[in-house]
Design a protein around this ligand. Structure first.
Ligand code: ZN
Length: 338
């Protein structure tokens, strides 16, 4: 079997690897129908997160179950399934509370840019679709595996409710799907912060009512201007830098909430400054598993089309070009077909 391996900064290769097999009785092995490159894959790709040794890549996936271990009961060979980037038992106290990415037995899925994948805790991790989907549904079902679920968690963590004014910091795939999520949750006004015309267009398609091109303090001032000096009720932080985090907190009204899902890189918050903002902060690795059944349902019934964030589709063996296109911001998100 061949899959993507990151050797160092901007060096992704498509190489022969061992095919996955059932190791534990709770495992499944799936044949990947589609996988993709994540914005978070760009941190090691750019050398910002160091890579110590050649590392298999990929944590977004959907596909057909080929084999299950002897203890797997609900997932069966032949089913089309979607899982999140953390395998979870879905039974421990944290899973029961809806925080499957903090599962007491969580295992990170990190080898999905390949033709086959081993998934631990198959019964807890995977959700099957009602039937094998038609080809045109696959991009949106794949999106549910991470970006859509993460955008949804950003909106959920920011307590988006009908009628609210929502601001979204970040115009990557997660930010754009945060816009879509806020729209689904009934937000009345959605302010997308973006400087890129193609991304602004998609943001509007997903439900953005206003676009703010300014960043940092100027971006905050613009949000205040658009909200009569009050600030947004809910802000979705979908980047993970110091600037984006401060922009999100400062754009939120007292009593409002920030949902932050950008993986923080060098973010430091000042306790005293935070104290006087009166802002709720909630975020972390999105517990996508909590949202999978509902999001699959929305896609299956064609209520949402999150697959639109994939503006480049390549055969999996061209994975290196997929990374390059996203690194150079020629593509929002690359879908890969084995
Ligand atoms: Zn658990």
């Amino acid at each position: 079997m061949r899959g993507a391996i990151l050797y160092g900064p901007r060096d992704v290769r498509f190489e022969e690897r061992d095919a996955p097999t059932i190791i534990k009785s709770t495992d499944a092995v799936i044949r990947i129908s589609a996988t993709c490159v994540c914005g978070s894959d760009l941190w090691p790709y750019r050398g910002i997160s160091p890579v110590a040794q050649p590392t298999p890549m990929g944590h977004e996936y959907c596909g057909i179950v080929e084999e299950v271990g002897s203890a797997v009961t609900s997932i069966k060979p032949g089913q089309f399934v979607i899982g999140s980037f953390f395998a979870s038992d879905n039974t421990c106290p944290h899973c029961q509370a809806g925080y499957q990415t903090s599962c007491q037995h969580k295992e990170f899925i990190s080898t999905a840019q390949a033709s086959r994948l081993r998934v631990p805790f198959a019964d807890g991790t995977l959700v099957a679709t009602p039937d094998v989907p038609s080809d045109d549904l696959i991009p949106s079902l794949l999106a549910v595996s991470d970006v859509m679920g993460t955008g949804w968690f950003a909106a959920d963590a920011a307590n988006v409710k009908p009628g609210m004014t929502v601001a979204v910091v970040g115009d990557g795939a997660v930010g754009l799907l945060g816009v879509l999520s806020a729209k689904q949750m009934g937000a009345e006004r959605i302010i997308a912060m973006s400087r890129h015309e193609s991304r602004q267009k998609l943001a509007r398609e997903f439900g953005a009512t206003d676009i703010v091109t300014e960043r940092g303090d100027e971006g905050v001032a613009r949000i205040k201007e658009l909200t009569n000096g009050i600030g947004a009720d809910a802000v979705l932080e979908c980047v993970g830098t110091q600037e984006s985090m401060m922009q999100a907190i400062s754009s939120t009204r007292p009593g409002g909430s920030v949902g932050y899902v950008g993986v923080p890189h060098g973010v430091e918050l000042d306790g005293e400054g935070l104290f006087f903002t009166h802002v709720h902060l909630h975020g972390g690795p999105a517990p996508v598993r909590r949202f999978l059944p509902d999001l699959i349902d929305l896609v299956w019934n064609e209520k949402i089309n999150p697959g639109k964030v994939f503006d480049l589709t390549l055969p999996l063996d061209q994975v290196a070009e997929g990374y390059r296109a996203m690194d150079e911001r020629r593509a929002i998100k690359t879908l890969l077909r084995p």
